[in-house]
Design a protein around this ligand. Sequence first.
Ligand SMILES: Cc1cc2nc3c(=O)[nH]c(=O)nc-3n(C[C@H](O)[C@H](O)[C@H](O)COP(=O)(O)O)c2cc1C
Length: 217
Amino acid sequence: MSNVAALEVARAQIEEYRKRIQSLDSDSRDLMFRQARNHNCWQERDVSDDQLHEAYDLARMGPTSANTQPMRITFLRSKESKERLNPHVNGPNQEKTMLAPVTAIVAYDNTFFTDFPKFNPIRPEMADLYSGNAELAERFSRIQAILQGGYFIMALRAIGLDVGAMGGFNNAAVDEEFFVGTPVKSIFLCNIGYGDVSGVKGPRLYRYGFDEVCEVL
Ligand SMILES: Cc1cc2nc3c(=O)[nH]c(=O)nc-3n(C[C@H](O)[C@H](O)[C@H](O)COP(=O)(O)O)c2cc1C
């Protein structure tokens, strides 16, 4: 298909879905935001590889600067892989991580720019900006991957799974264990499964209201 024809198709797709859907309904908003909680205990229900693919296929559609997509995910399902992680996780996070059906290491690749021709063929020369500036590449890729990690959490919720995110672990030790010799570094861990409410220890904590933290100029 020519570029012009592909653009026509893309525009038609946008118009079609916008006619079909205006917004998420109230139940979907509850599932993803209003009632969704961080989970610490897990029901004995498996999470399939198909579900992990389904969640990633949604999360990857979230926007990143210049379409760079530096997030990388390592899913730990086997007991052996969990045991490699366990010594590097803070004490209070250990048991729930061992018991979760799957734990994701959400990470980033600071050499993401080598793929510019693939993910942004219109402006491949943008790679030069990062290839000559390691500090910029590091900062940029971490920020963009954190954004993607947020999309990933919401994608898991969108397909009906529960999530327990964790920053309480030794990043350097996890990187040494799982990513040695690679340009990948961990950001946060994410337990994935069907939450058991016995692990929810209290009502929702305070969330800032619009007027407290937003301004309209
Ligand atoms: C990136 C990230 C890191 C977190 N780290 C931890 C952690 O190490 N241990 C923990 O028990 N909870 C952790 N949490 C869970 C938060 O404390 C929890 O989401 C927050 O208190 C709000 O809870 P709620 O979503 O149930 O309202 C983390 C959440 C996120 C998003």
